[in-house]
Ligand binder design. Structure first.
Ligand SMILES: CC(C)(COP(=O)(O)OP(=O)(O)OC[C@H]1O[C@@H](n2cnc3c(N)ncnc32)[C@H](O)[C@@H]1OP(=O)(O)O)[C@@H](O)C(=O)NCCC(=O)NCCS
Length: 167
């Protein structure tokens, strides 16, 4: 399996339904425009038998780090850092849920961000979790920020360790 960049001429965005209207609409109406403007990148996991069908997607960009919302030890360690990688959205179509695709997509996003961080350094990856998905991210090692429980982070160091260990 591989993810590809969203292609509005190839991918049937209207068919996609993750159960969260905001995310469906983002994919339908915003993702392609935002990529064109270099604001975010949207990656698609296609159904191999019907490549126009979207199993799931995620979007990547950068976000400022709110140092005060981090544990003290990390505040000190990263006080000169300004930006984190952001998984802004990640969703699986309801017809493909509970088959391991969400986990696969999250790992794929983390691999991409880790690779980028080897060239342009940033110390954290942040996810913006919709209600109900916080436990999903915690399961994979993300920690909620002190002040915003729906925003979670994981250090690049921890991501590197867990991805290297998984090889
Ligand atoms: C959250 C979501 C991405 C999970 O995708 P999925 O393909 O159904 O999940 P997977 O099959 O890969 O599950 C992997 C593991 O996470 C667990 N898991 C899945 N969804 C979970 C949730 N909402 N909370 C806690 N754990 C969850 C599974 O039980 C599984 O655990 P196991 O390996 O011990 O069996 C998907 O339900 C979704 O798109 N939700 C709607 C959109 C959303 O909320 N996106 C996230 C924020 S933008």
């Amino acid at each position: 399996m591989i993810t590809v960049l969203l292609d509005k001429n190839r991918h049937d965005r209207n068919y996609f339904d993750c159960g969260v209207e905001e995310l469906n609409n983002y994919l339908k109406l915003m993702a392609s425009q935002q990529a064109k403007k270099d604001n975010t990148r949207a990656f698609i996991l296609e159904d191999e038998e019907r490549p126009e069908r979207i199993i799931g997607f995620y979007t990547l960009t950068m976000t400022p780090i709110d140092l005060k919302a981090l544990p003290v030890k990390l505040q000190k360690r990263h006080q000169s850092a300004r930006s984190a990688g952001l998984i802004a959205r990640l969703a699986i179509d309801q017809r493909y849920k509970n088959q391991g695709y969400g986990e696969w997509l999250l790992i794929d996003a983390l691999r991409k961000l880790l690779l980028v961080s080897e060239t342009v350094a940033f110390p954290l990856v942040v996810v913006d979790a919709k209600e109900g998905a916080i436990a999903f991210y915690k399961k994979f090692g993300f920690t909620p920020f002190n002040d915003t429980p729906h925003k979670l982070f994981m250090t690049i160091a921890a991501i590197r360790k867990s991805l290297v260990e998984a090889i």
